[in-house]
Write a protein that binds this ligand. Structure first.
Ligand SMILES: [Fe+2]
Length: 297
């Protein structure tokens, strides 16, 4: 089974060079021959259903021309585009929105194609990657301990990022637990399904320290709080998992986490999209990963 996977296109970016490049990648990807297209979140941070040229809709419409099965899970930016539902119900609204272009939102429910189960969701963050290196340069503008950092993050979550779309008292910690519990539930469902021999799992947020860069500057050390959760790594090593994907950091790295190689599918100029082939050998699946380079910058 051939899978095309990419994330973080940000087609509504103020950087028009980036936005145009992303739409070109959509055209290229839509023309590829593969069984599955998986978009791993952060298509856009804005959406206007009344604008016929809306860039988020445009991008899904172009990708909708891809001939195989089309799957996606949400990114934090996509969640910021909610119009009619509260954050805890996001999967209903986002699923319906691009269903017309043939996309299934995995956050809502997993999908089984042949004997491969596809699951994933936005993932979210739980502060587990917040760490200030000893003797590292500090800056009064950014929190220096976990307590202050969490307080500031909660304030941003409820009064800025999701102002008006979170119910009273619903915290980013609540949202993390909602996403994490759903991941565990979906993984269990696929793991015990006798028709499923292999699982492809994705989260927009990252699930291991290896994807985090520490000590760059005080701002980014604080921003690491928003990068993901160590918990996700528990799922990577479930016996049926053949392919694990993350995004969000805008880096195209991959790392061994336990026994599982985890791929960051963030679209970069070096690596606009990824091609994976799952090949069955005996009762296991082998992954062949191809990086298409040079044809899209
Ligand atoms: Fe993101």
């Amino acid at each position: 089974m051939k899978i095309i996977a990419l994330s973080d296109l940000h087609v509504d970016s103020n950087n028009t060079t980036w936005a145009n490049r992303s739409l070109k990648i959509c055209e290229k990807v839509a023309s590829l021959e593969a069984d599955v297209l998986l978009f791993g979140g952060d298509m856009a941070a804005s959406y206007n259903p009344n604008n016929p040229n809306d860039s988020m809709n445009q991008a899904f419409k172009i990708l909708g021309q891809f001939k195989g099965t089309k799957l996606w899970y949400a990114g934090n930016n996509d969640l910021e585009t909610l119009k009619t539902s509260s954050l805890d119900q996001y999967f209903q609204e986002l699923h319906v929105r691009f269903q017309t272009h043939g996309f299934h939102l995995l956050d809502k429910e997993p999908v089984v194609i042949e004997d491969i189960g596809f699951m994933g969701n936005v993932g979210w963050y739980d502060s587990s990657f917040f760490d200030i290196l000893p003797n590292h340069e500090t800056n009064p503008n950014f929190p220096k301990n976990l307590h202050d950092a969490r307080q500031r993050a909660e304030h941003y979550f409820s009064t800025m990022e999701f102002a008006g779309i979170v119910n009273e008292g619903f915290t980013s910690e609540d949202f993390f637990l909602q996403c994490w519990n759903k991941l565990k539930q979906d993984a269990k469902k696929l793991q015990v399904d006798p028709k499923v021999n292999s699982i492809v799992v994705g989260t927009h947020f990252v699930g291991a320290d290896k994807f985090i860069q520490y000590g760059e500057n005080p701002k980014y050390d604080y921003y690491n709080l928003f990068m993901g959760s160590r918990s996700f790594a528990q799922i990577y090593n479930h016996s049926k998992v053949s392919l694990a994907l993350v995004g969000h950091t805008h880096r195209d790295d991959n790392h061994l986490v336990g026994n599982q190689r985890v791929f960051n599918i963030s679209s970069t100029s070096r690596q606009p999209y990824n091609e994976f082939e799952l090949i069955k050998s005996a009762d296991q699946y082998k992954i062949i990963w191809t990086i298409p380079r040079g044809d899209l910058k």
